[in-house]
Design a protein around this ligand. Structure first.
Ligand code: UD1
Ligand code: UDP
Length: 369
């Protein structure tokens, strides 16, 4: 079986890392099997295409190096462009690679422009498409991610869903009547968090007593001056009392450079690698973020999360009390900060995202279609 994996943005390197590891475990197992005849048919060859959507060393290379993710076979170098230019150029280049490699599967992750480009190529060339993190919805069509994930789901042959909610979303949209397979795989980010926890690295920065870990990068916040101002005013105020460590996404950095906001109390650092990030999550008091991935990671490490968005795809975290949605309202952010020091979930027996076996479930699932 040959898989063409398409990735390009930071969270995709982290997610794909776990699946690549499961693929090599699968191949090792097959190699040790006794029935020699079927061995070659059962082996998986993974060809990795990096679109170049994220390209700074600390947004891309660091993950491949630190996490020992297999290096991409193709690097397309398409980043820092408008949605149309980026997605269009990715489609053109991924198509060339797909025609040359003739994979059995194209595999895409999440909801970025790289995801959509891979999905469109697969559907046009009639290559089977596997979507990992399928079925998630924010029900906000203004988000580029919502458009990308809906379009990708619709042309996928197998939809690997991380949660029961994701499955239900697909059922509500009539997916049971479509020619595709829906599988509850669990969440690949949980696999990564469990695997890398013991390898965490303390970043070389000045720490005060306790700290909040914060990230901001979503377009709905960065591209709306009022929202961004409210968020940073609240964070700066909080940072007078408690250290706020903010590894700053380059998108947000560029926008902040042109706004005259008072952010002097914040501990702003460059984006960090995953091993440093895991250390920060594991050692912080709690998390404030608009990231999708970080909301779940906070839960994996039993940290309360304040989400600086109006809605979330990870609704089960809000339902169990681990996550508070505050949008970009300064008063709500400050109020949530005052309440949010202890991790509290209503049912500690909850197994919301699988038990760290999502990647293995995905590799198994591909053989059944
Ligand atoms: C993208 C995804 C978003 C995801 C995020 C993960 C889309 C539409 N959005 O958003 O869903 O949450 O990745 O981090 O796909 N930049 C750099 N260096 C880099 C990368 C980006 O300077 O290595 C700057 C460039 O100015 C670029 C801007 O950030 O134009 C935005 O990058 P882009 O990839 O378009 O979107 P993200 O905001 O990163
Ligand atoms: N992350 C990281 N370094 C950072 C910030 C985030 O390794 O400086 C990790 C984070 O732990 C999570 C992933 O990047 O695993 C989330 O990516 P991001 O927030 O960029 O995207 P989203 O999940 O919102 O799509």
């Amino acid at each position: 079986m040959k898989i063409l994996t398409i990735l390009g943005a930071r969270p995709q390197f982290i997610k794909a890392g776990s699946v690549s590891r499961a693929i090599s475990l699968h191949n090792n197992k097959v190699a040790n099997e006794e029935k020699i005849k079927t061995k070659n048919q059962k082996l998986i060859t993974e060809i990795i295409v990096h679109t170049g959507q994220h390209y700074d060393a600390n947004m891309s290379d660091i993950f491949f190096d630190e996490m020992k993710i297999p290096k991409p076979n193709y690097f397309l170098g398409i980043g820092g462009k408008s949605h149309g230019a980026m997605t269009g150029q990715m489609i053109e280049k991924i198509e060339e690679v797909a025609l040359k490699e003739k994979p059995d599967w194209i595999m895409v992750y999440g909801d970025t422009n790289s995801t959509l480009a891979g999905a469109i190529v697969a559907s046009k060339l009639h290559i089977k498409l596997a979507h990992i993190e399928a079925g998630l919805r924010s029900f906000n069509m203004k988000m580029p991610e919502e458009v990308n994930r809906i379009l990708t789901d619709r042309v996928s042959n197998i939809l690997f869903c991380p949660t029961d909610t994701a499955i239900q979303n697909l059922k509500n949209e009539g997916y049971e009547n479509l020619d595709c397979k829906i599988v509850k795989s669990g969440d690949v980010m949980q696999d990564g968090a469990m695997f890398y926890k013991s390898l965490a690295v303390k970043p070389n920065i000045e720490f005060k007593k306790d700290f909040i870990l914060c990230t901001i990068h979503r377009a709905e916040n960065t591209d709306d001056e009022i929202r961004l101002k409210n968020i940073f005013e609240a964070l700066n105020e909080i940072a007078k009392e408690k250290q706020v460590i903010l590894p700053l996404h380059p998108r947000t950095k560029k926008i902040l450079e042109n706004l005259k906001l008072d952010i002097n109390n914040l501990t702003i650092i460059e984006p960090v690698g995953y091993l440093e990030m895991v250390w920060l999550i594991d050692n912080c008091d709690f998390v404030m973020t608009d990231s999708g991935g970080l909301q779940k990671e906070a839960y994996f490490f039993e940290k309360q999360c304040i989400t600086l968005r109006d809605e979330t795809e990870w609704v089960e975290l809000v339902a169990c009390g681990a996550n508070t949605l505050v949008g970009a309202n300064k008063d709500k952010i400050l109020e949530a900060y005052k309440k949010n020091s202890e991790f509290r979930i209503q049912n500690s027996e909850l197994d919301l995202y699988g038990s760290g076996k999502a990647s293995e479930n995905i590799v198994k699932g591909l053989w059944d279609v």
